[in-house]
Design a protein around this ligand. Structure first.
Ligand code: GDP
Ligand code: MG
Length: 598
């Protein structure tokens, strides 16, 4: 389609407000899919996403739409990841659009993520069309939601469309608004090529499929292209549109959204946010806003059965093919053997990787406590970046340390402000400021150490606000801190995989929590087990598991041999999921329990 008849848009919403459901309705209404092909929430490709109801990676689809004015339009819907871990991907997807549909659940109203997403859309100067969803619910309050849209978001609440994505009510109004309210893309097909990469996926037959929005110029088969930031060049094999399947096209012109296949081996060879230009007629400069996706949370992953290491290595390599932001390197633990030290964009990303490794590859894993990356300045002037407790230097050589901080925005009904404020103070929150975006609601801004946020902040927030609090954060830099390495000893032996870097002032409760969790989950033995938390040579917490005398087979009375054998076999299988430290078997669930909050 020509530029005048192209619309590039995204849907933004707080989680569960109905983004995926609305996307499905739009796809159906445009007849892009036959009902037989239709699967609910088509855009959430990974089963994992569907299960969790969240969109992890962005997806795109081109919808042909015959508008009421009789004209045919090409609507490009770019779906964005719905979680704070993927804010940069969201920003690149939004940079590929001219407008957004901003969804607000009529029974929930405006939430933290609604606001955060709207700010992102505003940063990209996008036209925002508010849509009130779930009007079919008895608890829907459309008028109150209109008022909130006007007062909290500064948009025109009276103009907001009122729909039910679930029941398909007023979907035609949404499509007409996309055509009539969103501007067509700018750009000239004759200009030097600038195409923004907003995603990349691995295809085992074709290599990397690059998702692009062409800003200027055009892209076609045979072109010699260059990635302006990473400097590599390739020959274009195929360009095309995202229909239900990839559909090859002659060219992608300024304003269009589509894919490029150019013999790029892995997604790690492509940076989201990079600009593709024509090597023979290059653009003078790349598009603005490029940033390297950097891991911020680190954890080591080990197989429970040491001989599963080759399977783990293969599985991680496969995952990496489709996940450029996952980093890993070989790691060794005395207690757990060979594994990988991995870097993630955030805790959700970590959980997704863990779940995929366990479910898709059938692995049973142990993860170490997630850590952030600390800046360590030594007395001799050296500067280290440490995210692995095993590499923490001798404290006597350290001048000072810094840890990453985030600015958190927490939205809640005002009755919770007291407990939430206390929670932030307990988690070393600084510079707490309150706003009242509307009567009855309060927004608390707090500057928190990222380490506190990844520990259990979100769970605690949900608990103290009975689920009403919502939360969003951004990085604001590193700040001075007192760090210590907390070791856990089992019968006097240090379990290296349980060591963690902690804030000195909070070390005792963390140590107590860890030793108590271990005492609850390590099975009794024929001998007494001492579990201790220590910093350097000083024990700061302890717990004991008393001896257990009875033989497990005793209750089988001698006679029933087959039953006895079965029990022993069962025990053996159980041992496989245990790690022997000294002479104490530590079950997988003990390692997990240490990571959980109460
Ligand atoms: P997303 O997280 O924003 O993608 O939200 P989903 O599209 O996954 O929807 C979250 C939940 O709300 C699902 O259980 C949907 O079935 C439900 N939902 C979505 N739209 C509507 C609607 O219009 N009415 C009702 N009653 N439920 C809806
Ligand atoms: Mg969704």
């Amino acid at each position: 389609a020509d530029r005048e008849h192209t619309r590039n848009f995204s849907i933004i919403a707080h989680i569960d407000h109905g983004k995926s459901t609305l996307a499905d309705r739009l796809i159906q209404a445009c007849g892009a899919v036959t009902d037989r092909e239709f699967q609910n929430q088509l855009l959430d490709n990974l089963y994992l996403e569907r299960e969790r109801g969240i969109t992890i990676k962005s997806q795109a689809i081109t919808l042909p739409y015959l508008a009421k004015n009789g004209q045919e339009y090409e609507l490009n819907l770019i779906d964005t990841p719905g979680h704070v871990d993927f804010t940069y991907e969201v920003s690149r997807a939004l940079a590929s659009c001219e407008g957004v549909l901003l969804i607000v659940d009529a029974s929930q109203g405006v939430e933290a993520q609604t606001l955060a997403n709207m700010y992102l859309a505003m940063e990209h100067d996008l036209t925002i069309v508010p849509v009130i969803n779930k009007i079919d619910l008895i608890s829907a309050d459309v008028d109150a939601t209109r008022l909130q849209i006007t007062e909290d978001l500064g948009l025109d609440g009276d103009e907001a469309l009122a729909v039910s994505a679930k029941e398909g009510t007023n979907i035609d109004q949404v499509l007409e608004a996309i055509v009539n309210k969103l501007p067509p893309p700018k750009g000239q097909a004759e200009a030097p090529l600038q195409a923004l990469i907003f995603d990349a996926q691995y295809d085992p037959y074709r290599g990397t499929v690059i998702f692009v929005r062409v800003m200027e110029g055009q892209l076609k088969q045979g072109d010699f292209i260059r990635f302006m930031h990473n400097g590599s060049s390739y020959r274009v094999e195929e360009v095309g549109l995202f229909k239900l399947r990839r559909e090859p096209a002659k060219a992608l012109r300024a304003g269009q959204v589509g894919y490029v296949i150019a013999g790029v081996k892995t997604v790690s060879d492509v940076d989201v946010g990079d600009t593709i230009t024509n090597n023979d007629h290059p653009a003078p400069a790349p598009l603005p806003g490029f940033r390297e996706a950097k891991p911020v949370v680190f954890s080591s992953i080990y197989p429970v059965a040491t001989d599963d290491y080759p399977e783990l290595a293969e599985a991680i390599e496969k995952l990496k093919l489709n996940d450029a932001s996952l980093t890993y390197q070989k790691d060794y633990s005395q207690a757990l053997g060979t594994g990988f030290r991995c870097g993630f964009l955030g805790l959700l990303h970590l959980e997704v990787v863990q779940e995929r490794l366990e479910r898709e590859f059938g692995l049973s894993l142990i993860l170490t406590a997630p850590s952030v990356r600390y800046q360590v300045y030594l007395n001799d002037g050296q500067h280290l970046e440490i995210e692995n407790p095993a590499l923490f230097p001798d404290p006597s050589t350290i001048d000072y340390c810094e840890e990453p901080y985030v600015k958190a925005s927490i939205l809640m009904p005002d009755r919770y402000i007291g407990t939430v404020m206390q929670l932030c103070l307990d988690r070393r929150g600084e510079g707490n400021v309150m706003h009242y975006p509307s009567p009855g609601r309060v927004e608390l801004i707090s500057e928190l150490p990222l380490a506190e946020v990844i520990y259990d902040f979100y769970d605690k927030l949900k608990t103290v606000t009975q689920g009403y609090g919502s939360f969003d954060y951004e990085f604001i830099g590193d700040r001075r801190t007192e760090l210590a390495k907390l070791d856990i000893l089992v019968n006097g032996e240090r379990v290296d995989a349980l060591s963690m870097l902690v804030f000195r002032g909070g070390a005792r409760p963390r140590a107590l929590h860890a030793v108590n969790k271990l005492a609850e989950t390590i099975p009794r033995q024929q001998f007494k087990i001492a579990i201790q938390g220590a910093i350097g040579g000083t024990i700061i917490a302890r717990s004991t598991i008393n001896a257990f005398r009875k033989d497990v087979t005793a209750k089988c009375y001698g006679g029933d041999v087959s039953r006895k054998r079965k029990l022993l076999e069962k025990q053996k299988a159980g041992k496989k999921r245990m790690k022997l430290v000294g002479n104490v078997p530590i079950p997988q669930k003990a390692f997990l329990a240490v990571l959980q909050s109460d």
